[in-house]
Design a protein around this ligand. Structure first.
Ligand SMILES: Nc1ncnc2c1ncn2[C@@H]1O[C@H](COP(=O)(O)OP(=O)(O)OP(=O)(O)O)[C@@H](O)[C@H]1O
Length: 248
């Protein structure tokens, strides 16, 4: 059974079909890169999956359940995490306080300020090591580098037990080293977390890609391995190639 399935998913804004009959299926633990020209409907697709936008047609099935009209907070509770370009971190709190707050919002865990005294062990330790913030637990989030802030937000989603993580241009504004580290983080989440990554940086896509889906004008244009997609004439015409987006 697919972890996430979109069936004929559509949304119309006035006369514009931003997402138009999109079919997509992701296996458990799969990392899917979502590519396409500006305005193709990629961010809107993520908005539809996390419940920020209500579809005008089609279905969203997550973990075998129809969540098409489920409220956004209930989707978050059921394990769908969304990372936006501007990280949703508390800049005045330390790294560890941000992570403890994220954990305390997990269903079934009582929110309590005493959690701030929790020792760095178990899942928290694992997550801190994954995002290389173990040495920065007492640093104010607002004083972290741009890349570290993005990783902290990913860590927060992991502490909330997000099992499907939706990411919109996660490497925007990152240095080459930060981008590479982000790729390593994503690669190590493969298998245990299902991810959709909207990305324009083709070098980064090559670092992390398994299956790539290309959208154009709200619909699926092509799907396959990075090589298949890069050699597809329709993709080259709409997105890559001359005047396109091959910035690798
Ligand atoms: N809330 C909204 N109301 C009206 N139009 C919208 C809304 N959200 C998105 N759109 C339009 O829907 C289309 C798809 O936008 P979307 O942001 O999903 O594209 P995208 O593929 O993510 O593009 P980019 O790569 O530039 O981020 C665009 O034409 C956009 O202007």
């Amino acid at each position: 059974m697919a972890h996430l399935e979109l069936k004929g998913l559509s949304v119309q804004f006035g006369g514009l079909r931003a997402v138009d009959g999109l079919d997509l299926a992701l296996e458990h633990g799969e990392l899917r890169c979502l590519l396409g020209p500006n305005g193709a409907g990629k961010s809107t697709t993520l908005d539809l999956i996390c419940g920020k936008t209500e579809p005008t047609g089609g279905q969203i099935i997550f973990d075998g359940k129809d969540i098409t009209h489920l409220q956004e907070f209930k989707r978050a509770r059921s394990g769908i995490g969304r990372k936006f370009q501007t990280p949703a971190i508390f800049r005045e709190l330390s790294v560890i306080e941000n992570l403890e707050l994220a954990r305390s919002h997990k269903p079934g865990v009582l929110a309590s300020l005493t959690v701030f005294r929790t020792r760095v062990q178990g899942r928290l330790k694992e997550v801190l090591e994954l995002v290389e913030l173990r040495e920065h637990i007492h640093t104010k989030a607002g004083n972290l580098s741009h890349g570290q802030m993005q990783w902290l937000e990913i860590a927060m989603l992991l502490m909330q037990d997000a099992r499907l993580i939706l990411m919109d241009e996660p490497t925007a504004g990152m240095t080459i080293q930060e981008t590479e580290k982000t790729g390593e983080i994503f690669n190590s989440l493969k298998g245990s977390h299902t991810m959709i990554v909207v990305e324009h940086d083709m070098g980064f896509v090559r670092q992390i890609a398994e299956t790539v889906t290309v959208m154009d004008q709200g619909s699926l244009l092509a799907q396959g391995s990075i090589q298949e997609v890069e050699n597809d004439p329709a993709v080259r015409a709409a997105y890559l190639g001359d005047g396109g987006h091959d910035d690798a």
